[in-house]
Design a protein around this ligand. Structure first.
Ligand code: ZN
Length: 448
């Protein structure tokens, strides 16, 4: 088995929140690995205190992931006041009400003072600004919003949009609230492009170019020109400069070089799920798996430092070896005790592994047995939960993502953790990537 080393540099923390809930998922930069949900809290408002608590629970200081999130969350994390404030940029002292100079004045003084009371700062910042990734997804959503808001309501373009997006409510269309896939579809729709007036067509065109050549997976060499083109066409469209547009105008250098690697395919789906749009599959799985992962994380990290964990892996191999030689569990335990002393696995642990490894039980079965053992629930019950409640028909090495059900979303993990510090400890501490010492080569193998 390849030891899984969690390199915090390789992951970004994608935080999505709404008025009523907070979700966080670790996304792999480059999206090679599946996303790892680490928190879901319903009834947790988007507030400074909650964000602080949440990061503390997730040991943010220790891991220091880069954070990718919507601008509201970022503003909170930087101690800014929310709402329609004059100074809403976390990087500079841009005066958002100075309409006269929108699209004209490009550089504003950098924010250097973070004393509450100064230019809409209300709290001391929780994270450093260099740990922020401006999220391409949210910039896109913002650009779409501005575009649709400025569309002429009486021309063919708007009528076409309404007809094309008949499943979206009128209010949402008017406000320009779309999700990633809808935006992509509209950008590719030649009929939509043709139904627009000249100014709108130019703006849509430049929006498409920015998505493709700057916010997408490839950043072209002349991306600056492409962004300038967008700014000009949005200005011509009569669009107010939003905070997001301001980032394109004044902070182009703040965007990471490898925007492609952090392009939000996963985050996007995650975002859609959270905001209740119909999506077929979402890279967020169930709470049980989520908790299992967070505990796993701990193991993975500990494994690098902690001799006991390494020893545990080794001891498992020893158990298997002894079992194959035909030694009984108690014989094995006595021998191991002699060698490993205080580091030796507990007797019951040795017995379980002995039984399991001897019988070559299949992966799924083993996993269930482990769960049963740790959770003190009957194996049959675990089977029912996995198959019927959680809809997992097959346990694969790669967890298959599922859409969260309403009930699953209502489980408040942070408060469960709050109420019982042993909560996480009571969760199964492994999945098949953890307990098997081989890399499955095929789908067939991984499903075993
Ligand atoms: Zn700014």
């Amino acid at each position: 088995m390849k030891a899984f080393v969690h390199d915090t540099e390789e992951w970004r923390l994608f935080v999505d929140s709404s008025k009523i809930s907070l979700n966080a998922v670790l996304l792999h930069n480059g999206n090679k690995f599946p996303s790892v949900p680490i928190a879901h809290a319903s009834n947790m408002k988007e507030t400074y205190e909650n964000m602080k608590l949440f990061l503390k629970k997730k040991e943010y200081e220790r891991y220091g992931w880069k954070i990718c999130s919507d601008l509201n969350v970022i503003a909170l994390l930087r101690g800014l006041q929310l709402g329609y404030t004059i100074f809403c940029c976390f990087l500079c002292e841009w005066d958002s009400r100075d309409r006269e100079r929108h699209y004209i004045k490009k550089s504003w003084p950098n924010r250097e003072i973070f004393t509450p009371g100064h230019k809409n700062i209300v709290n001391p910042p929780i994270i450093d600004s260099e740990n922020i990734y401006l999220p391409p997804l949210h910039i896109k959503l913002g650009l779409m919003k501005n575009f649709v808001k400025e569309m002429d309501r009486n021309t063919s373009g708007f009528a076409y949009l309404k007809q094309k997006c008949s499943s979206i409510s009128d209010a949402k269309i008017k406000e320009g609230i779309f999700v990633g896939p809808q935006i992509r579809e509209l950008l590719q729709d030649g009929n939509f492009q043709n139904s627009l007036n000249e100014v709108e067509a130019a703006a849509l065109n430049s929006f498409r170019n920015v998505c493709k050549h700057f916010l997408g997976s490839v950043k072209v060499e002349n991306y600056r020109d492409i962004v300038i083109d967008l700014l000009l066409s949005y200005k011509a469209l009569g669009s107010n400069m939003s905070l997001k547009i301001q980032f394109l105008h004044s902070h182009l250098d703040f965007f990471p070089d490898n925007l492609g690697a952090v392009s939000d395919e996963h985050g996007e789906r995650f975002h859609q799920d959270m905001h209740g749009e119909a999506v077929p599959r979402v890279d967020v799985w169930i709470n049980a798996a989520e908790l299992l992962r967070s505990e796993l994380w701990r193991c993975w990290n500990r494994r690098n430092e902690d001799v006991a964990i390494k020893s545990e892996m080794e001891q498992r191999a020893v158990i298997k070896f002894n079992a194959k030689l035909g030694r009984s569990a108690s014989e094995t335990y006595i021998l191991m005790k002699q060698v490993y002393g205080t580091l030796c696995l507990s007797k019951s642990n040795v017995f379980i592994w002995h039984k399991l490894l001897q019988r070559h039980q299949k992966c799924e079965n083993l996993l269930k047995t482990m769960m049963a053992e740790v959770l003190h629930i009957k194996k049959e019950t675990i089977r029912t939960i996995l198959h019927e409640d959680l809809g997992k028909t097959k346990v694969c090495t790669k967890f298959v993502p599922h859409t969260l059900t309403g009930e699953q979303k209502s489980v408040d993990i942070i408060s469960a953790y709050e109420n019982n510090s042993n909560f996480l400890k009571s969760i199964v501490t492994g999945d098949e990537t953890w307990c098997f010492q081989y890399d499955p080569k095929t789908k067939r193998q991984s499903a075993e």
